[in-house]
Ligand binder design. Structure first.
Ligand code: SF4
Length: 368
């Protein structure tokens, strides 16, 4: 059901559509289970479940965040035509519906850069979760790099460590900053002010107190977050402490310190120190070239418009686009400049030239 910009009685129309859909599903159920098994009926059932609920009196209601609750965006159907497409948000301005494509290209100093991998994931999937698949495919094709430059979305500690141990690939990219309150407000004792002794399973605080409990590592609910070890100080230690206000706001006046396992903590410290160096920043600057490639896919080949329905078919479109880009790049690289045939001007360009109107060169002309 589509509503115009200013529909009359929108709520009534939405509820009427819901009642119609429920009646249709009941009608199909009455004809037997075979009528309910098709993909379109299943999609309708899911859409009804995700958009409506029955209140305590059995009346159909339209779901909102406050009434009935909304499904998580990772499962919410946003189009009856493509039930695998998802709605995603990045930052304050980026919004899109569909999928997410991850492009990997070579970036050697010399020679043509070619696309070596294309991954298509649901739009709501965290970028870092695409890394293991990318490295496995690159290894199968014998295209695995020694160093993989990525943006900050891909650098989860877990996946950086996994790439190093399973594929011997150094993932280089800015690690997410320290998100603790103390670090944000630049005051108080943050985790780095505590000394962690993994061998004795003890943490020493800035006041010289030694933790009384060591728990974990606990797995986290996020697939990209590192497991967490928690060291606990007791009320008896923290309550009389003169600098307690700089350390904890907890109600029971005792500080807990959370940190990842030793291997991940060392990796994090090393990466954070390294990324401050000018050598690292020079090396990492090469990554920005991929933005031009994304632009080439999006504006030169219409990648932001899915021509097909479904995750698998969208992926085929992305792979075919990458093949076209590679063929185009390699064929330009093979032709010496003097042999490149000049493209004749179009009728529109002739018209601009004829009237003395300056015309902008396209991105293709600019890069050639
Ligand atoms: S509040 Fe507790 S953990 Fe924090 S500095 Fe004081 S004694 Fe140490």
């Amino acid at each position: 059901m589509r509503l115009g910009k200013n529909p009359t009685r929108p709520k009534t129309r939405i509820l009427t559509a819901g009642e119609d859909a429920c009646r249709l599903l009941e009608h199909l159920r009455g004809h037997g289970p075979d009528y309910l098994s098709g993909p379109q009926v299943q999609a309708l059932r899911q859409i009804v479940l995700q958009n409506y609920y029955r209140d305590e009196k059995g009346r159909l209601r339209w779901r909102t965040a406050d009434g009935g609750g909304l499904p998580p965006s990772s499962v919410a159907i946003i189009s009856p035509y493509d039930v695998q497409a998802r709605y995603a948000r990045r930052g304050q301005v980026t919004r899109w519906k569909g999928f997410l494509v991850h492009l990997t290209e070579s970036c050697a100093d010399e020679g043509t850069n070619v696309i070596t991998d294309v991954a298509t994931t649901p739009a709501t999937t965290n970028d870092a979760q695409a890394l293991p698949g990318i490295h496995t495919r690159l290894q199968r094709r014998r295209l695995l790099p020694a160093e993989h430059l990525v943006d900050g979305g891909y650098t989860s500690l877990v996946h950086v460590a996994q790439a190093a141990s399973e594929h011997q690939v150094t993932v280089t990219g800015p690690l997410p900053g320290n998100l603790t309150r103390q670090h944000r407000e630049n005051q108080g004792f943050g985790r780095d002010d505590f000394h962690i002794d993994f061998d004795r399973q003890q943490v020493t605080c800035p006041q010289g107190q030694i933790s009384k409990g060591w728990h974990g590592p606990y797995p986290t609910s996020s697939p990209t977050a590192a497991p967490l070890i928690v060291a606990r100080f007791t009320k008896a230690q923290c309550q009389p402490c003169l600098v307690r206000n700089q350390c904890t706001t907890s109600r029971d006046s005792a500080r807990n310190v959370g940190f990842p396992p030793r291997k991940l903590l060392d990796l994090q410290a090393q990466a954070r120190a390294e990324q401050q160096s000018p050598a690292w920043q020079r090396r990492y600057a090469v990554r920005s070239g991929i933005e031009g490639t994304v632009n080439e896919f999006a504006h030169g080949h219409g990648m932001r418009q899915c021509r097909y329905h479904g995750h698998r078919k969208a992926h085929v479109q992305h792979v075919l686009t990458a093949i076209a880009v590679n063929v185009e790049r390699l064929s330009v690289g093979l032709l010496p400049d003097e042999l490149s045939p000049a493209r004749p001007p179009t009728a529109f360009q002739n018209h601009l030239d004829h009237n003395g109107i300056p015309r902008l060169r396209s991105w293709r002309a600019v890069t050639s």
